[in-house]
Design a protein around this ligand. Structure first.
Ligand code: ZN
Length: 171
């Protein structure tokens, strides 16, 4: 089977949750994700109910820590990041269209205050709003991250592999 993260052909892959996406991962990569359990969380809890011992707590903490690290590696939106001067890009594109902030807000069903805040970069638009803005103004507000700098020192080449994978998968 092919690991969906590093692309290695391995005898068996494990279904893992990585940032809400189910991926079949080799044992090496599966540590980046949570084990995928089709059953819901309450069931998992009840199976531990015999005694919540320290080992279980420790394992959960470690798992949470790994999840945080994974989040750090490629940020919340999967390898692409909001560009740093998004406010200016939005404002310029809007002005080019000859719209006031209010007119523009109306045209995309948002509040004027939302647009003003985005343009002054006091509000970070969510993914939905970003794509709305991109469509309405024919602009790009997201850019693929560079590999340098973002990957923490603790993560070695696997972090890079992960970043590369996400980048090629989610264009
Ligand atoms: Zn792998």
């Amino acid at each position: 089977m092919i690991c969906e993260m590093c692309g290695n052909n391995v005898p068996a892959t494990r279904a893992c949750m990585v940032e809400g996406t189910m991926l079949n991962l080799c044992p090496n990569c599966s540590k980046f994700g949570d084990s995928y359990k089709p059953s819901n969380r309450s069931e998992e809890r009840s199976s531990y109910s015999g005694g919540t011992n320290n080992a279980v707590i420790k394992e959960r903490l470690e798992r949470r820590e790994k999840r945080m690290q994974t989040r750090d590696i490629y940020s919340a939106n999967g390898g692409v990041e909001l560009i740093t001067d998004y406010g200016e890009v939005v404002r310029k594109a809007r002005e080019k269209k000859g719209l006031t902030a209010e007119e523009f807000a109306k045209s995309i069903n948002e509040k004027k205050g939302t647009i003003v805040k985005i343009e002054s970069q006091t509000l970070v638009p969510d993914d939905k709003l970003i794509s709305k803005l991109e469509k309405a103004l024919s602009i790009k507000l997201k850019a693929a991250m560079t590999d340098g700098g973002v990957v923490g020192g603790g993560q070695k080449s696997q972090g890079m592999t992960l970043g590369n994978f996400i980048k090629t998968e989610k264009k």
